[in-house]
Design a protein around this ligand. Structure first.
Ligand code: PMV
Length: 332
């Protein structure tokens, strides 16, 4: 099965529906507490392991899509028209091709994102999830969230988790067609949970997550223990969420991120996303902990640091990180 077949299998007779005037939708960014790192199928973005994330509330992407007369798509990101042949426009165009075929309708797509693009902050996750939801509205498909999750995965793996708010588990699945590789929302909420985004750099990363994963899976010996690590961390995180045990949540998420980075450092050639400021922030968080402030970090495929803490620690965290952008996953 290729991505276009997956789309056809999910849409079936819905594929013939005529578009409305426009479709518009919002999707949050998400941060993995147990990471997705490594694909078993690169074409369908099927992961080797399951993962668990939390969505970032109002830090995300709002996307509008309209059919367009003319030969080319137009893509406006944060008020700026994207270069028609630039990487962002090509990626969106290639994703839309999975739905329309190569000679289907053209679209005008406008997206506002409240997070730095391309900085390992899951901007592609909220972008593809919002685009799939906007398409669902444009054509009135009214697909169940599990189907939207599969479709968003075809854009970028972690996007399948951004279809939902709150804590989300992406089950790796076993099927070759990926129809069982989708995300589901957990019931639990955690109103006091905060995620601070410490932006070290918004520059595009030197090695994209797709290449980083492939190189790690193919060359890293340490990667062989990654599935075992995930098998231990996932239930720990589920328990921590159920028991509202912040230390267990934070410590497990932090260690899981470090293990992921260890597998990358063992790739040949090695991949190291950290900058001196990344390590500096890690040290500051450790010092905060030593001073009695419950704070933990996680880091994705980039130099930026995401700080996990609870509302009661907000003052201490803000003092240590004055520039922090703060996400409230469960805003009341
Ligand atoms: O969905 P992608 O291809 O952008 O990969 C995301 C990988 C990490 O952000 C490093 C981990 C994760 O689970 O989000």
């Amino acid at each position: 099965l290729n991505p276009h077949d997956v789309v056809r299998a999910l849409l079936r007779e819905r594929a013939d529906r005529a578009p409305r005037e426009r479709g518009e939708a919002y999707a949050p960014a998400n941060i993995a507490l147990c990471k997705y790192w490594g694909k078993r199928d690169a074409g369908l973005n099927l992961p080797i392991t399951s993962s668990l994330s939390v969505s970032l509330g109002d830090l995300g992407a709002r996307t509008r899509i309209e059919p367009l007369d003319g030969p080319d798509d137009r893509f406006v990101l944060n008020g700026r028209e994207a270069e028609p042949n630039g990487s962002a426009a090509r990626r969106v165009g290639a994703f839309l091709d999975r739905f329309r075929g190569a000679d289907g309708p053209r679209y005008f797509v406008e997206s506002e994102s409240r997070i730095p693009v391309g900085a390992g902050l899951a901007s592609s996750a909220s972008g593809f999830a919002a685009l799939v939801k906007a398409l669902d509205r444009l054509y009135g498909w009214d697909l169940p969230p599990e189907s939207l999750s599969i479709l968003a995965r075809l854009g970028s793996g972690s996007a399948c988790r951004s279809v939902y708010d709150g804590f989300v588990v992406w089950e790796a699945g076993e099927r070759a067609d990926g129809m069982d590789s989708l995300a589901r929302r957990m019931d639990e909420e955690w109103p006091d949970l905060r995620i601070g985004l410490h932006i070290v750099s918004s520059a595009p990363k030197p090695v994209g997550s797709r290449e980083g994963m492939n190189r790690t899976v193919e060359t890293s010996l340490l990667y062989r223990v990654w599935p075992e690590r995930v098998a231990a961390d996932l239930p720990r995180l589920r328990d921590a969420i159920r028991d509202r045990d912040f230390e267990a949540l934070g410590a497990t998420a932090e260690s899981n991120a470090l293990t992921m980075h260890a597998t990358m450092m063992d790739a040949r050639p090695p991949i190291l996303y950290w900058k001196p400021e990344t390590v500096g922030a890690m040290e500051r968080i450790r010092a905060l902990r030593a001073a009695g402030v419950a704070a933990y970090y996680t880091i994705d495929a980039g130099p930026n640091v995401k700080i996990l803490y609870e509302e009661s620690s907000e003052n201490a965290i803000r003092e240590a990180f004055p520039e922090l952008q703060i996400a409230i996953p469960f805003a009341q």
